[in-house]
Design a protein around this ligand. Structure first.
Ligand SMILES: NC(=O)c1ccc[n+]([C@@H]2O[C@H](COP(=O)([O-])OP(=O)(O)OC[C@H]3O[C@@H](n4cnc5c(N)ncnc54)[C@H](O)[C@@H]3O)[C@@H](O)[C@H]2O)c1
Length: 262
C-alpha cells in the first residue's frame, strides 16, 4: 500500500509516533503524513522503515529502537529533532497486553513485562520529549491508553494503562502554562489484521486462547454497539486530539469504545 502526501491539519508540524510499524500506530503515522506532517515512525521492529517509505512525496523518517529503556526513548527524540529540526507532537502508542489470564495465573516476571511494555515507554517518552517541546514554545502529547483499566484477565496491563491515564492528567496540569497539552484516548476492543509482530513471542496456549475468548466476549457485551472498533476508528480521534482542532482539550482521556465505559 502507498499513500500520497497533501496539505492538511499537520502541515508545518513534526510528529513522533511510537509503535508505528503496525496496528493503530501505523495508521496514525501514515495519516499524519498524508495530512502534511513530517513524521518520525519509531518502533523496535526494523520493518518500520518499509512502513515509513509507503508515504509518497511526504517527509517521513524511521527509527528502530526499544522504548522500554530510557536511553532508547531519549535517542528517538534526539533523532527526530535532528532529522526535522524539532518536535511538535508526540503520540505514545507503544503498548498492548502481552498475555490474557486471570491475575492469579500470572508469573511474577510476566507482571513486570506488562508494566515494561505498557507503562514505561510512555513515562520515558513523556520525559525525554519535554526539552524538545519547550524549545518550540509548546506542543502536544497524545497517549494511547486503554478502556481495559476495567476488564477481565489483564490486571497488570490494566494497572499500566491506569498509570498512563494518571500521567495524562497530572502532566497536563503541570504543563498547561508551558503551552503543552497532554491528552489520551482509551480504545476499546479493536479489530486488527494478523500481527507481523505478535504481542507474545512465545505464542498462546489453548488455555490462554480460551481466556482471550472470554475477554472478547466481555468487551463486546459491554459495548453499546456490541462490536469491536476498527483501526481507522481509533486513529481518527488520536489525530483529532493531536491537531490544533483540539486546542482547548487537555488532561482528558477520551473513551473510544462504542459506549463501553469498562
Ligand atoms: N488493539 C486493541 O484492541 C487495543 C485496545 C485498547 C488499547 N490499545 C492500545 O493501542 C496501542 C496500539 O495497539 P495495537 O493493537 O495497534 O498494537 P500492536 O501490538 O499491533 O503494535 C504495537 C507496535 O509497537 C511496537 N512495540 C512494542 N513494544 C515496543 C518497544 N518496547 N519499543 C518499540 N516498539 C515497540 C511493536 O513492534 C508494534 O509495531 C497500544 O498501546 C494498546 O495498548 C489497543
Amino acid at each position: 500500500m502507498s499513500t500520497t502526501h497533501f496539505e492538511g491539519r499537520f502541515t508545518g508540524k513534526v510528529l513522533v509516533v511510537t509503535g508505528a510499524a503496525q496496528g493503530i500506530g501505523r495508521s496514525v503515522a501514515l495519516r499524519a503524513a498524508e495530512e502534511g506532517g513530517r513524521v518520525v515512525f519509531v518502533d523496535r521492529a526494523d520493518f518500520v522503515a518499509e512502513v515509513a517509505a509507503e508515504v509518497i512525496g511526504g517527509q517521513t523518517a524511521a527509527f528502530t529502537v526499544d522504548l522500554e529503556t530510557y536511553e532508547g526513548a531519549a535517542a528517538a527524540m534526539r533523532f527526530a529533532a535532528e532529522t526535522f529540526g524539532g518536535i511538535d507532537i508526540l503520540i505514545n502508542n507503544v503498548g498492548g497486553a502481552i498475555r490474557m489470564r486471570p491475575y492469579g495465573e500470572f508469573e511474577p516476571q510476566q507482571i513486570d513485562a506488562e508494566i515494561r511494555r505498557s507503562l514505561m515507554p510512555t513515562l520515558y517518552c513523556c520525559h525525554t520529549v519535554l526539552p524538545h517541546l519547550s524549545q518550540r514554545g509548546g506542543g502536544t502529547i497524545v497517549n494511547v491508553s486503554s478502556n481495559a483499566t476495567r476488564g477481565i484477565h489483564r490486571v497488570p496491563y490494566s494497572a499500566a494503562k491506569g498509570g498512563v491515564n494518571a500521567i495524562t492528567q497530572s502532566l497536563a496540569m503541570e504543563l498547561a502554562e508551558r503551552n503543552i497539552r497532554v491528552v489520551a484516548t482509551a480504545p476499546g476492543g479493536t479489530e486488527a489484521p494478523p500481527r507481523r509482530i505478535p504481542r507474545n513471542d512465545a505464542g498462546d496456549t489453548e488455555t490462554e486462547k480460551s481466556w482471550m475468548a472470554e475477554v472478547v466476549g466481555q468487551v463486546k457485551q459491554s459495548s453499546f454497539m456490541k462490536r469491536y472498533g476498527t483501526i481507522e476508528e481509533q486513529a481518527a480521534p488520536i489525530l483529532f486530539l493531536a491537531s490544533d482542532e483540539a486546542s482547548y482539550i487537555t488532561g482528558s482521556v477520551l473513551p473510544v469504545t462504542g459506549g463501553d465505559l469498562g
